[in-house]
Design a protein around this ligand. Sequence first.
Ligand code: CA2
Length: 147
Amino acid sequence: MAKIIYVLNGPNLNLLGKRQPEIYGAQTLDDVQAMCEAAAKPAGLRIVFRQSNAEHELIDWIHEAREAAAGIVINPAAYTHTSIAILDALNACSCPVIEVHISNIHKRESFRHHSYVSARADAVIAGCGVEGYLLALQRMVTLCANG
Ligand code: CA2
């Protein structure tokens, strides 16, 4: 049976491909979802792909994933740098967690250099563009297989 991986996206990522292509690229979030779904199938994964601009909704989805998912891939967007609540929710999950950033947050403003989520993440991918989501799914296969 396919393992369920939640791919969660934080605030403003619904604008992907519509603004600031020099930072975030030209692909839309729908494109990213399609790429993730195409990669997941042969890997024996099923993707639950969501985006929200609301912190509480992301937290509710992490709680849902805690019961339903074999792994969580999360781009918390700006909540990366502010949200102890999202860190607490992830800390309540026992499954692997991979943090993804499309841009290299360490090459940008200093306020983006710290991530609360990294304190829980099993892996962090930054600066690989939207390909980072695919790299996360590839790594997730290994993490799920290793228990
Ligand atoms: O690089 C990333 O993936 C980020 O998580 C993106 C966040 C930013 O706050 C983080 O520091 C790094 C911003 C997401 C906003 O996405 C947009 C996409 C296109 C146009 C405008 C915003």
